[in-house]
Write a protein that binds this ligand. Structure first.
Ligand SMILES: C[S@@+](CC[C@H](N)C(=O)[O-])C[C@H]1O[C@@H](n2cnc3c(N)ncnc32)[C@H](O)[C@@H]1O
Length: 291
């Protein structure tokens, strides 16, 4: 439908319905729904689904991420704009013709964004949830990426061990007790497996970090998003697995770039680098000779 000007009886009726349902940005959403609907019947159905609480992205079928339209089917985690910071950090660390793995890929948004920036020579994406895997196929297969269903590294080809230059993983990191505090759009319409990170939110992150050195190339990087509060424990997990950790925050990155973009001001990314060469051996321990 073409009525996107934000005027007219149809537009006002849609705004009213959305506002009554509690949509804070009713006018913006009305414009989007009107432009996305093919017919008046289509529009009525979309407005009804949105008013019932379905995330706007699930209603229109896509989410904006790094300037791309990422396909998001109902039931898949909606990529958050703050995660664009992780993508930029990954792109900055990549070497030419990098091998990139996106674990816990959801819709495949992160891999798709790196592919659009021509970062990976090879792109592999994994998710445990079949809905996410189906969606990721639609977003990364066109960019030459391969998508696998399974638990973290388990479905990846063994030939990738020791060859991954950039390993990105936006894992579930909400502590179990806090899942119930999330807005209904996440709590009700996104799968629990996409949100719940265990008692302190770091269960999946620890598993990713523990196995990362076996998959990373020397000098390769693991990048994971956390909350600011979780970052020190995430750093411990990275260091404990043999990676050299550091923390990047979008607040400091924006400040140094002179940016006033608030949208990702709370993004924290923990980056772990596999040492490029074997660590020098420490002094040999004294071994008493057998008597
Ligand atoms: C927070 S969502 C992030 C999705 C996507 N990376 C993004 O940022 O839009 C976490 C994703 O991890 C997946 N996941 C959770 N546990 C997993 C596991 N053990 N192995 C693979 N994927 C897993 C969920 O299905 C979900 O799609």
């Amino acid at each position: 439908m073409t009525e996107t000007s934000g005027s007219g009886a149809g537009f006002s009726a849609v705004v009213e319905k959305l506002r009554a349902a509690g949509c804070v940005f009713a006018e913006d959403e009305a414009r989007l729904l009107i432009s996305a609907a093919a017919t008046p019947a289509d529009l009525a159905a979309m407005v009804q689904r949105r008013a019932a609480g379905l995330p706007l992205e699930h209603v229109v079928g896509w989410a904006e991420f790094c300037g791309l339209r990422i396909v998001v089917e109902p039931g898949v985690f909606v990529p958050r704009r703050r995660t664009e910071f992780l993508v930029r950090q990954a792109a900055a660390l990549a070497r030419p013709r990098s091998v990139v793995v996106d674990l816990c890929c959801g819709s495949g948004a992160l891999g798709a964004a790196l592919a659009a920036a021509r970062v990976p020579a090879e792109l592999y994406a994994v998710d445990i949830d079949p809905v996410a895997v189906r969606c990721a196929h639609r977003n990364v297969a066109t960019a030459g990426g391969r998508v696998y269903q399974g638990d973290l590294y388990e479905p990846l080809p063994a030939a990738l061990r020791g060859r991954v230059d950039v390993l990105i993983a936006n894992v579930p990191y909400v502590p179990t007790d806090e899942v119930g505090l999330l807005p209904p759009e996440a709590r009700v319409h996104e799968p629990r497996v996409a949100l719940d990170g265990g008692a302190d939110g770091l269960d999946v992150l620890r598993r990713v970090a523990a196995a990362a050195p076996r998959w990373l190339a020397p000098g390769g990087h693991l990048l994971v998003e956390t909350s600011e509060r979780q970052a020190p424990r995430a750093v411990e997990a990275f260091a404990g697995s043999g990676l050299t950790p550091r923390v990047a925050t979008s607040a400091s990155a924006s400040a140094s770039a002179g940016s006033d973009d608030d949208d990702e001001s709370d993004t924290t990314v923990v980056i772990g680098t596999r040492p490029a060469s074997p660590q020098p051996a420490g002094p040999r321990e004294f071994q008493p000779s057998p008597t």
